[in-house]
Design a binder for this molecule. Structure first.
Ligand code: GLN
Length: 297
């Protein structure tokens, strides 16, 4: 591909086909994101400059990125960042790449916290990874407070992985948000505290299913963030059992899981854990679901 003239349009079309053949479900988008990175252009600007030819060095840099993507490496790791809930987050192999589905969890938590039903108190995000949920909630509450709609709240987030925590801290500092990031296994880092809301996207993939995940997930993303045990519910059951003690009366626990079946089991676990009114919300028509439950007053 090095002797011909490659315009932006031509290279995008070529890469779309090449990446699609290598198994990417989003060949065109991948191509635009990676070329945008090399040329330091936004996606819209690429389209406005369709006829611009690429220089030899640009082509060489781009080719190296495309090669990585064709071997399955997620675009977010290649770029070192991912947008989530309007925030630009640093993302590296030590954390799960934030997914659009998880934005629904943020929506639900913010909706609750800004409703009349919400008790006073802080917010807890368990298994925070890149910090995406905690940072999106903190950022949104801050933004709303500035506009006179509700108040800011303290946000604490925990993760078992020191590597993940370092990335979450980097994101918090870059966004200048006052989220308290703590190292520890679920609630271990917040003894004796009670929250108005607990959110979590814990690992929930069934152990035997991990091998069947898409190669870009299975071969690149941290197993610790994916494998939720035999039925995927190891951490979710602990969350269901312990949340009551860590919520103020009327507080909300909101979690993401991988299927309606898991959601059903989690709802039952929440009831057994002394929580009330569990609700299952399907996300974007897919198998991913949310379960929301409250600590009774
Ligand atoms: N949704 C993730 C996937 O694509 C799983 C995330 C999780 O286990 N929390 O596999």
């Amino acid at each position: 591909m090095s002797t011909e003239v490659w315009t932006i349009q031509k290279i995008l079309n070529w890469t779309r086909d090449y990446l699609t053949k290598s198994g990417s479900p989003s060949g065109r988008l991948d191509a635009e994101l990676l070329l945008g990175e090399v040329l330091k252009l936004r996606r819209l600007d690429l389209i406005l400059r369709f006829d611009q030819p690429l220089q030899a060095e640009e082509l060489a840099t781009y080719k190296a990125l495309i090669k990585r993507r064709s071997k399955g490496e997620p675009v977010a790791y290649i770029l070192g960042r991912r947008e989530f809930y309007g925030l630009d987050l640093a993302v590296r192999p030590g954390v799960l790449v934030p997914r659009p589905e998880t934005e629904s969890l943020v929506d639900e938590v913010v909706k609750f916290l800004t409703s009349d039903a919400a008790p006073q108190g802080a917010v807890l995000d368990l298994c925070t990874g890149s910090g995406c949920i905690a940072l999106a909630v903190a950022h949104t509450l801050k933004d709303k407070a500035l506009k006179g709609k509700g108040t800011e709240r303290d946000v604490i987030a925990t993760d078992l992985s020191p590597e993940a925590l370092a990335i979450a801290i980097e994101n918090r500092d870059a966004l200048d948000l006052a989220v308290d990031l703590r190292h520890g296994d679920l609630f271990a880092a917040v003894p004796g505290l009670q929250f108005a809301a607990i959110a979590s996207n814990p690992p929930y993939v069934r152990t035997e299913t991990v091998a069947w995940l898409e190669p870009d997930v299975r071969d690149f993303e941290p197993r610790l963030a994916l494998d939720g045990g035999v039925d995927g519910l190891d951490l979710l059951r602990r969350i269901a059992r312990q949340s009551k003690d860590f919520l103020v009366p009327g507080g909300l626990v909101a979690v993401e899981l991988g299927s309606r079946e898991q959601a059903q089991a989690m709802s039952e676990a929440c009831l057994q854990g002394g929580l009330s009114d569990p609700k299952i919300l399907p996300v974007m028509g897919g198998p991913t679901s949310l379960v929301l439950a409250r600590r009774p007053h």
